[in-house]
Design a protein around this ligand. Structure first.
Ligand code: ADP
Ligand code: MG
Length: 337
């Protein structure tokens, strides 16, 4: 699990500019903090090879039944240090408070942040990021604290509108109201046609226990609006999981890959990605489940179609390796939550 944060924003127009690294006499602080969380063993797992040495060091001991151990190779234990180690008894709340709370605080004060989970299948990424409705992970808790804090300082819907290029436009409240009414009507039409990908009701209907933490130092002169987008980077393509594309239910086609671009402030963004304004954790989480449902559909689709079907959004040509690999390489972990 890792987190990283950057510098203050020239709110509200653009994502913060990257600040050039200043030569500093004091010891530089690492912008990326790496945490380690150990999950309990499953019933069919034996021989724990991870030993917690201190609250920031673990030791990996080669399992006695491993090939390496039996053959006499690589039998030495290795130690690894992290910002903090969470053992198998750690709970969701303490992980959130240590890993994510500061990042949410920074976000409210206009600083970018990133949290991602990295690990093999079954290591506990989904548990840590999403968790259960009764005991949420980093994502729902982060949203709770964000909305608990900005609560009364949120703008009316559609006052801020994404410009599709990593910035926002601002409009007056009467225009915003017209815009909002139009969007509501469009959504009603989509819902009646059954084309608006819904969320998984079984999951979203479960009673959720919210995180009650709140920051009290919100700048009351600001208006706050929260937008969510959800993309999956997979096989070098960027899928917009919130796009309400018209799907042919009889002969479904692979969705079109989005383009990764850099704005004037040299921040990367996915051009034209769907950004949905949300006013509560429930609304944000509904979008998360909607995207997750679509992601599951994509996996099915992937087994039916090949990469050859992918087309560039602008040229309509088949995509081979259209997106800068240098940029993509820095992002694939995003697909890992
Ligand atoms: N810290 C933990 N405490 C209890 N159960 C856990 C923990 N981490 C993971 N699990 C359980 O282990 C299994 C695999 O975890 P999961 O989050 O789905 O892994 P991943 O998303 O990395 O593939 C799930 O059944 C999950 O509930
Ligand atoms: Mg998972």
């Amino acid at each position: 699990m890792m987190k990283s944060s950057s510098t203050p924003s020239p709110y509200p127009r653009k994502t913060p500019r990257k600040t050039p690294r200043k030569p500093s006499k004091s010891k530089p602080t690492d912008p990326v903090e790496v945490f380690c969380r150990i999950r309990p063993l499953n019933d069919n797992e034996e021989d724990i090879c991870v030993e917690v040495i201190s609250n920031n060091t673990i030791q990996l001991n080669p399992p006695q039944n491993s090939q390496g151990f039996k053959s006499g190779h690589r039998v030495t234990a290795t130690q690894h240090s992290f910002k903090q180690v969470f053992d198998e008894d750690s709970n969701q709340k303490s992980v959130f408070d240590t890993v994510a709370l500061d990042i949410v605080h920074d976000l409210i004060h206009g600083k970018n942040g990133l949290i991602f989970a990295y690990g093999i299948t079954g290591s506990g990424k989904t548990h840590t990021m999403t968790g259960e409705p009764s005991d949420g992970g980093l994502l729902p808790r982060g949203l709770d604290v964000l909305f608990n804090s900005i609560g009364g300082f949120q703008t009316k819907p559609c006052v801020f509108t994404p410009d599709k290029s990593n910035g926002v436009d601002v409009q007056g409240e009467s225009d915003a109201k017209l815009d909002h009414d139009r969007k509501q009507k469009e959504m009603a039409v989509l819902a009646s046609l059954g084309k608006n990908r819904g969320s998984d009701d079984d999951i979203t209907d479960m009673v959720r226990v919210p995180d009650c933490s709140k920051f009290h130092d919100v700048d009351e002169d600001n208006g706050y609006a929260v937008f969510v987008s959800y993309v999956e980077i997979y096989n070098n393509f960027i899928y917009d999981l919130l796009e309400d594309a018209k799907q042919d239910l009889i002969c479904p086609k692979a969705p079109v890959s989005k383009q990764l671009r850099e704005d004037n402030n040299r921040n990367m963004y996915v051009q034209g990605v769907t950004e949905v304004e949300v006013k509560s954790t429930e609304e944000a989480y509904a979008m998360f489940w909607k995207g997750t449902t679509f992601r599951q559909e994509l996996v099915k689709l992937d087994s039916q179609s090949s990469e050859k079907d992918m087309r560039n959004t602008e040229t309509g040509k088949k995509v081979k390796d259209d997106v800068s690999k240098g940029l993509l390489r820095s992002l694939p972990y995003y697909g890992h939550q």
